[in-house]
Design a protein around this ligand. Structure first.
Ligand code: FE2
Length: 239
């Protein structure tokens, strides 16, 4: 049996996912947010869980990972996709490799495109897609080695899972929480009815503003969130 929680950071609309083994009380977090360190520790404590792993779907541009501080303050290991090349990670997980924590097994699926190191994780019938597939949207491809061409292929790969497979994205800006492969195929405007050429053209025409925190977040996340407790680069006074 497992424990599963979906947590949300209002400031950056980022989802963090908690998965734990109910018997051994071992836990992992996918995409924790630095400013939510206290929340994450409180949830773990309230459920009597021991954090074993922090997994990143990619090197984020919009927020600093909570993984650096969590790793420093607990025995947790920091795991990221091989494509990130993060030398600070405890483990770089490659496409098709699994991470097993007691009864919980996650499979890494390399899904480059939003960034070249993007990795999705499958846990049974659930996909944690990071910014590769968002609900009715997808991650942008105009920075961090982004490639609309590669993102198209990665999205198609995730869509090859059964239609009822649940999709838990890295963000949602409109209050949505969960989707499934079938729904995204049917109504996601970045997927439905678009071939690769049309998708690439649509992505190239987006013309989005630069993310507000990219100059702070990417350097910090390239160091796995920073090594010092509460002293990661660019930390705000409120954090
Ligand atoms: Fe992202």
């Amino acid at each position: 049996m497992a424990i599963f929680r979906q947590l949300f950071d209002d400031a950056t609309s980022t989802f963090t996912y908690l998965i734990a083994d109910e018997n051994t009380r071992s836990a992992l977090l996918i995409d924790p947010v630095h400013e939510q360190y206290a929340r994450d520790r409180a949830v773990l404590d309230a459920l009597g869980l021991t954090l074993k792993y922090v997994l990143e779907t990619h090197v984020h541009a919009d927020h600093i990972t909570g993984g650096g501080r969590l790793r420093h303050e607990t025995a947790a290991q920091f795991v990221a996709g091989k494509g990130t090349g993060l030398s600070c990670a405890d483990r770089l997980i490659g496409d098709g490799e699994t991470l097993t924590m007691d009864s919980i097994t996650l499979e890494a699926i390399a899904t480059p495109g939003h960034t070249d190191g993007c990795t999705s994780y499958r846990w049974n019938d659930r996909l944690f897609t990071g910014d590769t597939i968002l609900i009715d949207a997808c991650g942008r491809t105009d920075f961090q080695q982004g490639s609309a061409d590669r993102l198209y292929d990665s999205i198609q790969r995730l869509l090859s899972f059964p239609e009822e497979t649940l999709i838990y994205p890295g963000h949602d800006y409109n209050g949505k929480r969960v989707s499934c492969v079938g729904q995204e195929k049917a109504i996601n405007p970045y997927i439905a009815g678009l071939d690769k050429a049309a998708f690439v053209a649509k992505m190239h025409a987006l013309n989005l503003p630069k993310p507000k925190r990219i100059d702070v977040a990417v350097p910090a996340n390239s160091l796995c969130g920073g090594a010092d407790v509460g002293r990661v680069p660019g930390e705000t006074e409120a954090a």
